[in-house]
Design a protein around this ligand. Structure first.
Ligand code: EPU
Length: 419
């Protein structure tokens, strides 16, 4: 049965909220855990649908998975490298991390094409190029990849685009490879450092994660370990934007402020009142914020995942803003939904312009992807009357207990089942 979220707008938020563990780190850490010989305990795991899907894939692989509070214990001791052709593979993008992990561990993997949010074309050619450079052969037939290697040998791999997914996947495939692998033009996102930290705790030898050159010296054995996930910078950013849009005063706890500096600087440029602490950000209501231009870039630039929630805030400020997405040129479906609610937005290829301020009105809208959903939740909080958001499964893939967190802040939000 499908679910909808209903939000009554106009209630100003206040109080504090704790950010959960990073979704985009978690979805790579879980597949990375299968590289170990013994149990891996991951702490701070967010309660999101993507974690449920990955746990289901682990069980298909005959791994033991125990969930306790915010801990996930993964025991790959009795693992079987069966073909991954179940429907769950296509529920999310991150199932592709099993390619690197299983190739690294067994030299063989067979799996379906992964799914995930539609943000325009999302090729995985760089992942494949990396596996091939390490000595693997890759076949794609009837929607299924077969990747095999007699042995993987370290080499130099230059990524044409600094892809997060390709960097992590190659790192996982290379941990057991013979000799040294060097990834050049590697992505620098904090989630990559988190995955390298887990792998190093397991016994891998990875240096340079967080810079654009990552060096992996192959090892023969990896053991189980304990790992705590970093806070979710995109969830943190979403709440900071939400607070600037509709809170009297909101404290966002469990944040690494450095991870969202591109956002906080942009908000300060708009005139927002932010008090940035060591691991929290306090946002106070500020009248008279003004328009800004934003261009998304790989980390440490402005995150594409925050472009959509920011657009909603930009509908409320004085002047004309331009948002350009250089990572995903088609990531503007939220603009159509915001238009329906009364926003004055023009969409072009790869960018949109927003004329504000506009009054928003509650309507029936659709979360076409995860961050579109976040943009619509903020719009619903701002709008006059009730907003009904459909396809909320996208939101549940990435936001841990969004209903509960908003209710605690004074938001009026409820969930209903529909046929
Ligand atoms: N790209 C290629 N070829 C490849 C891989 C990527 O051309 O083989 C292109 C992509 O099409 C895109 C750019 O390179 O234009 C960057 O893509 P990247 O590989 O970095 O993205 P990803 O790993 O597929 C992750 C996050 C996304 C986030 C992007 C960019 C996960 C599971 N997903 O995707 O998160 O938008 O990095 O930062 O980590 C989200 O959380 O809502 C989300 C979509």
């Amino acid at each position: 049965m499908r679910e909808i979220i209903k939000i009554e707008g106009g209630h100003r938020l206040s109080g504090s909220v704790k950010v959960s563990g990073s979704k985009n780190a978690t979805v790579a850490l879980i597949p990375a855990a299968v590289l170990a010989g013994g149990p891996v305990t991951i702490s701070g795991v967010p309660a999101i649908a993507d974690v449920d899907s990955l746990s289901e894939i682990l069980r298909i692989l005959n791994c033991e998975v125990t969930e306790k509070n915010e801990h996930l214990i993964i025991d790959p001791s009795g693992m079987k490298n069966v073909p991954l052709d179940a429907d769950v593979i296509t529920k999310l993008r991150a199932s592709y991390y099993f390619m690197g992990a299983l190739l690294g561990k067994y030299g063989y993997v067979r799996m379906k094409m992964p799914g995930g949010c539609y943000l325009g074309p999302r090729p995985i050619d760089l992942h494949i190029k990396g596996f091939e450079a390490l000595g693997a052969s890759v076949e794609y037939e009837k929607g299924c990849y077969t990747i095999r290697a007699e042995k993987l040998v370290g080499t130099k791999i230059f990524l044409d685009i600094s892809s997060v997914g390709a960097t992590i996947n190659i790192m996982m495939a290379a941990v057991y490879a013979e000799g040294r692998t060097i990834i050049e033009n590697a992505a620098k996102e904090p989630e990559i450092i988190d995955v390298a930290t887990l792998l190093n705790n397991m016994g891998a030898n990875i240096r340079g994660a967080g810079t654009n050159v990552i060096t992996i010296e192959g090892v023969n054995e990896l053991q189980g370990c304990y790992h705590e996930i970093i806070p979710d910078r995109i969830e943190a950013g979403t709440f900071v934007i939400m607070a600037a849009a509709c809170a009297d005063e909101m404290r966002i706890n469990n944040v690494i402020p450095k991870h969202i500096e591109a956002l906080t600087s942009k908000l300060q440029e708009m005139g927002a009142d932010l008090d940035i602490g060591i691991d929290s950000i306090l946002v106070r209501h500020k009248a008279g914020m003004h328009a800004v231009d934003v261009t998304t870039k790989p980390y440490p630039g402005f995150a594409t995942d925050l472009q959509q929630p920011l657009t909603t805030l930009l509908t409320q400020v004085e002047g004309i803003s331009e948002v350009r997405d250089t990572i995903y040129a088609e990531r503007f479906k939220h603009c159509m939904e915001l238009q329906r609610m009364g926003a004055d937005i023009e969409i072009f290829n790869g960018k949109c312009t927003i004329k504000g301020p506009s009054r928003l009105y509650g309507d029936r809208v659709t979360a076409t992807d995860l961050r579109c959903g976040a943009a619509l939740v903020i719009a619903g909080l701002l709008a006059e009357g009730w907003t009904t958001i459909h396809d909320v499964y996208h939101i549940d893939r990435g936001y841990d207990n969004i209903d509960g967190k908003l209710q605690a802040l004074g938001g009026v939000i409820r969930r209903e089942k529909i046929d």
